[in-house]
Design a protein around this ligand. Sequence first.
Ligand code: GLA
Length: 371
Amino acid sequence: MAEYTHKVSAAGRINIIGEHIDYCGGKVFPVALSLKNTVYVRPNGKNTINIRWTTLDGEVSLDIDRLESYNNLKYGNYQAGSALMWQRAGHRLVGCDMLQDCTVPFGSGLSSSAAIEVSTIAALAAVAGERIDPVEIALLAQQAEREYTGVNCGIMDQYASSCGRKDMCMLLDCKTLSCTYVPFALGDYALVIANTNKPHNLVESRYNERRAECETALKTLSEKLGVSCLADVTPAQFEKWGHLIEGKPYARAKHVVEECARVEEAVKAMKSGDIVALGRLLNASHASLKELYEVTGKELDALAAAAQAHPACVGSRMTGAGFGGCTISLVKRDAVDDFVKVVGEKYLKKIGYAATFYPAEIADGITVKEL
Ligand code: GLA
């Protein structure tokens, strides 16, 4: 790789708890993974960004003056959107060649898209000789996801991908963007990631629909309580006034309020090493995402139920947007092999195709190396 001038990476992520609350101003608890997107980059002296992949055939060439016109590309659209946001923010955008190497499985709910956006922007910064500001990069990457690919996402994925730290959980306040780091310490337990391998479909539209339902709920409550986001509604206030919200938005808001409370509890449990309590919170989170938020589906439910039924597992839940993607489970370290075997077999029997298991390694967000 000697001909490239920089090697820039950004991480995939899982969220331990705090699901579907980042866009409601809540606190989330993600970690950055060692699964990541790496960009090898060099300036090319032209007016184009040329992209190749280690895992895909072909090459895409983006004209720097027409970056808004590539959102229908099958591959290269995330990079184009990211470059466009970097350019629009007034940064120096130089023509360059990129080789992209992604180890985050696509469509797995482990934020391959955030890893691609964040690493692409950081690579553009590096090759232009600009300062790497991880928070600004996260915000531009989120903007790319929203404006270019049409997913009205929160900030969690891009922030974790950008600002994650090795062996640390991030308690990220999505209202203020203040982040405190809490050691990822599970004692005798391991965190196991399991991919449902469900083919992705219609995630974007259903995700946007949930967001809209939360907006509706907020409108009703803000008239009564003067709150500016659902995360500011206390469980006691919801108990008293929640009934004013009609239909589905009621259930969505109930999930948000209760999930926010679970995050506080989970952080306490992690800090005090009470992994059994943490596990119970994971189970409660999954149940709420299934019953109230309705973002699980039969594959995630089968995988979480099989995990929860295993004697060495103290908690399991879906992570990320849902509708497919991955679960995370807390499993006694010495029983992980048996867990993978038993849960894998049950899932295959119920769903008809296999799940994939990965150990979770917690790594840094953006890393930049001069070559
Ligand atoms: C997706 C979004 C995030 C967040 C999660 C759900 O990953 O990109 O912003 O809303 O779903 O917690």
